[in-house]
Design a protein. Structure first.
Length: 246
């Protein structure tokens, strides 16, 4: 069962979330859509619309679905002309066979998988594509690994994006996987902003937040790759899982 307390913690920082969270590479979004042209796409757990905007830029119609009212409000501000529907992966506010594709940006690991898979299959047309995407910090870089330790980035998205599930259920073909590398260019203050949009920070005590701030400042001031830098390149791997609706 997904931890919905943490999943719904982001709305209080929706504006910062939209500002600081990484974007998705165009190549990754195109691959996730599986060659779809001018289709009807559901952005499930759409947050503030970061993935919605990437799909809109490719010429598709997008229906964002998001449970958190704070995130929906920010999506309306950040994505003019688009209104997110209130709903969850386990209870989608959409009719049967309504979508050519369902995408999920860095949120599938919050889902209760079995009912979510059934709902996603219900709203997809035959042959439609379901594709979760994750922006995962590349902690093979030593300072990125240390950043993760300091800020408790120990979420399970990276492991859940891997090989711990064999399929999306009987309604879907086998999963295809693809990885895309990119980076976000940030100032030190913007890197602090990234940390403050994480669920650990948003639910932490004041003492824990102060500890994170103190250790992050030390990292920024002492690590050879960071000290004295006006901008920092935070490396990401964007992992995409893709399967067709049977």
């Amino acid at each position: 069962m997904a931890d919905h307390t943490h999943a719904l913690s982001f709305g209080v920082a929706a504006s910062d979330y939209d500002r600081f969270r990484p974007r998705y590479p165009e190549a990754a979004v195109r691959w996730a859509l599986g060659g779809l042209r001018a289709g009807q796409v559901v952005d499930l757990a759409a947050g503030t619309g970061i993935l919605t905007r990437a799909v809109l830029a490719l010429g598709h119609q997008v229906v964002p679905v998001e449970p958190d009212p704070g995130m929906r409000a920010q999506l309306a501000v950040s994505t003019p002309g688009t209104t997110a529907l209130a709903g969850t992966a386990e209870a989608l506010p959409l009719p049967d066979s309504a979508a050519d594709a369902v995408l999920v940006g860095t949120a599938y690991h919050w889902f209760d998988r079995e009912p979510a898979h059934a709902e996603i299959a219900r709203v997809l047309r035959g042959g439609g594509t379901f594709a979760p995407l994750w922006n995962i910090r590349d902690d093979r870089v030593d300072w990125v690994a240390e950043l993760g330790r300091i800020a408790h980035f120990g979420d399970n998205s990276a492991s859940l994006a891997g090989n711990d599930h064999p399929d999306f259920g009987s309604a879907f073909d086998p999963i295809e996987r693809r990885e895309f590398r990119h980076h976000s260019t940030l100032t030190p203050d913007e890197l602090r902003g990234v940390v403050r949009t994480r669920s650990y920070w948003l639910t932490a005590t004041t003492d824990d937040q102060r500890r994170v701030e103190r250790e992050l400042t030390e990292l920024l001031n002492t690590h050879p790759a960071l000290a004295g830098r006006d901008t920092i390149e935070l490396p990401y791997r964007t992992l995409v899982l893709r399967a067709r609706r049977r």
